[in-house]
Ligand binder design. Structure first.
Ligand SMILES: Nc1ncnc2c1ncn2[C@@H]1O[C@H](COP(=O)(O)OP(=O)(O)O)[C@@H](O)[C@H]1O
Ligand code: SF4
Ligand SMILES: [Mg+2]
Length: 326
């Protein structure tokens, strides 16, 4: 087992809204090892993005985070914005779904990349230019020289995403957090960007956190996955174990609703009836209970995360007993 790089413990994220409090993340635990490739999966609204935005101090103003996010001997949730800026630029890279929101529209690509190098490494001039070209080359950007002199809107969606990835890689981070990095792209470009991530993590011993609602993109890129439901990790384990023997009924449901996986793994898995929970009024006990066909009386108590065999674990009273699991 690789040693820990980033450890999330008991993370809670709440938003104050006119309609009351929204509990987006509700006691999330996750340990990310050095060089590990981990997928964080779950339906839209399950708290994936907000959990990692909270880790990096990027929550909206009405949001607050509690718990522990350990990076080296620091709790990221207690750091000043200034310290977090340094960690974000240098050690933890982040790539978002829509590169347009992260790139500055009125600045040329070269200028934006240069700024990162100047702020975090004090590099300017020819040295900085060389590093920019090197990284653009690494992300397989066609005609890197030409791109430095272009504005983001002059590039295709795929190229903009490559610029974002290049920007995140400039300072050789130890972990790259990619939040739905291919969702906004068309299918062929998606495949290219996923192949690129694969090569990058193999070349660089960098850890990758791939956040996605699409289980179909996980296999082949990540070795481990964490499944989120209602702001909590409800199952974690190797991708192979999770896909062949899910221990949580929700994981089975996710697989059942991903046609490609359903075919690949034979046995029909149950799909998920009902709606995601109301985060302003979470069900008592297991948050999945209103949608779960295996619920019993005990499920009125919140299930603890239970370790099973081979590093797999699930927060379900009936893990491994309802018919799924190892
Ligand atoms: N600024 C905000 N104010 C209120 N609720 C928010 C805010 N930002 C996010 N949320 C809510 O937090 C929940 C989790 O969102 P998110 O982490 O983005 O989900 P995911 O990335 O899994 O799709 C959603 O219900 C979303 O509406
Ligand atoms: S704890 Fe109970 S309700 Fe929740 S997933 Fe497991 S069996 Fe279903
Ligand atoms: Mg999201």
């Amino acid at each position: 087992m690789s040693s820990s790089l980033l450890t999330i413990e008991g993370l809670q994220v709440r938003f104050e809204t006119a309609d009351g409090e929204v509990s987006a993340v509700n006691g999330m635990d996750l340990d990310i090892g050095q060089g590990e490739r981990i997928a964080v999966v779950g339906e839209s609204g399950s708290g994936k993005s907000q959990a990692f935005l909270a880790c990096l101090g990027l929550l909206a103003r009405n949001g607050s985070a509690h718990g522990q996010v350990r990076w080296q001997d620091l709790n990221l949730l207690e750091l000043s914005q200034q310290k977090l800026n340094t960690i974000r630029g240098r050690h933890i890279g982040m790539v978002f779904q829509d590169p347009m929101t992260a790139l500055t529209p009125h600045l040329k690509v070269g200028r934006q990349l240069n700024e990162v190098l100047e702020i975090h490494r004090g590099q300017t001039g020819t040295l900085a230019r060389q590093r920019c070209l090197e990284v653009l080359d690494q992300v397989r950007m066609p005609d890197p020289d030409k791109r430095l002199d272009q504005y983001p809107h002059e590039l295709s969606g795929g190229m903009r995403q490559r610029v974002m990835i290049a920007m995140a890689l400039l300072c050789e981070p130890k972990v790259l957090i990619a939040d739905e990095p291919t969702t906004a792209l068309d299918v062929t470009i998606q495949a290219e960007i996923l192949a690129l991530f694969k090569d990058l993590v193999e070349q660089q011993s960098m850890a990758l956190v791939l956040i996605t609602h699409d289980l179909g993109v996980v296999a082949g890129l990540c070795e481990r996955a964490a499944v989120m439901y209602a702001g909590r990790v409800v199952e974690a384990g190797s991708v192979a174990d999770l896909f062949t023997a899910p221990a949580h009924p929700y994981t089975a449901g996710l697989i059942g609703s991903t046609p490609k996986l359903k075919q690949a793994y034979g046995e029909p898995m149950p799909t998920i009836p009902g709606q995601p929970p109301n985060l302003s009024n979470l069900p008592v006990g297991c948050a999945f209970r209103p949608r779960c066909r295996y619920g019993i009386e005990r499920c009125a108590e919140r299930p603890k995360f239970k370790p099973l065999a081979d590093g797999q674990g699930a927060a379900c009273h009936r893990a491994g007993e309802w018919g799924g699991g190892a």
